[in-house]
Write a protein that binds this ligand. Structure first.
Ligand SMILES: CC(C)(COP(=O)(O)OP(=O)(O)OC[C@H]1O[C@@H](n2cnc3c(N)ncnc32)[C@H](O)[C@@H]1OP(=O)(O)O)[C@@H](O)C(=O)NCCC(=O)NCCS
Length: 175
């Protein structure tokens, strides 16, 4: 098992999910916007335990987003080792939105993946219509690659997936 990242940018910190985050995860996975874009989930404890298991197996990097020490959301990389690639996903609690935190968290974690894991390509998938997440992708320097029509299936509903990617040599996004 590799060392977990512990990344800081001012009041923002990303560190491995911990048991004390379960209440925050519960609030997140019950939030209507998170349910809308990620689908319904089981209990927060199940989510936490599964993510930690996958971390120990080396298949995901599941981090808490903390703002001034308080749980504000979740960001994670799913690792695709055969391709030297990773998929990034994130959500924030409603109170933490609208202040650019997701963009800063994505920038920190993608840089860590390039520098520490040597990841060659980071993908970001979102459902067409998720405009806030689209802004995060654009402002984090991702390139839009195309739309896979009806490629997603969540909770019995098909949707178009929009695909973005970030490569280590891509120009840094404007601040
Ligand atoms: C997506 C999400 C993480 C964005 O977090 P955030 O920290 O608020 O994002 P930022 O503040 O960096 O920027 C979001 C941008 O989208 C805009 N935005 C926010 N909500 C929006 C909405 N409902 N519709 C359109 N644009 C929206 C903001 O104005 C901002 O745009 P700007 O750069 O022009 O100012 C957050 O909205 C969230 O948790 N949503 C639910 C879960 C989710 O959709 N996760 C992504 C799945 S792919």
């Amino acid at each position: 098992m590799r060392a977990a990242p512990d990344l800081r940018d001012g009041e923002l910190r990303l560190r491995l999910l911990a048991e004390g985050d379960v209440d925050g995860i519960e609030r997140g996975i019950r939030d209507p916007d998170v349910v809308r874009w990620f689908g319904p989930r089981g209990t927060a404890l199940d989510v936490f335990e599964q993510k930690l298991r996958e971390w120990r197996e080396g298949t995901i990097v599941p981090l808490a987003v903390l703002e001034d020490g308080s749980f504000a959301g979740h960001i994670f990389l799913e690792l695709l080792p055969e391709q030297d690639a990773a998929l990034i996903s994130y959500w924030l609690l409603p109170d933490a939105r609208g202040r650019g935190l997701a963009t800063r968290a994505v920038r920190m974690l993608t840089q860590w993946a390039f520098d520490v894991l040597g990841t060659a390509r980071i993908e970001l998938w979102l459902e067409r219509g998720n405009d806030a997440s689209r802004r995060v992708a654009d402002r984090s320097g991702f390139t839009y690659e195309g739309t896979l029509r009806s490629a997603g299936l969540r909770d019995g509903r098909r949707f178009d997936k929009q695909m973005f990617s970030l490569l280590p040599g891509d120009p840094p996004p404007p601040r």
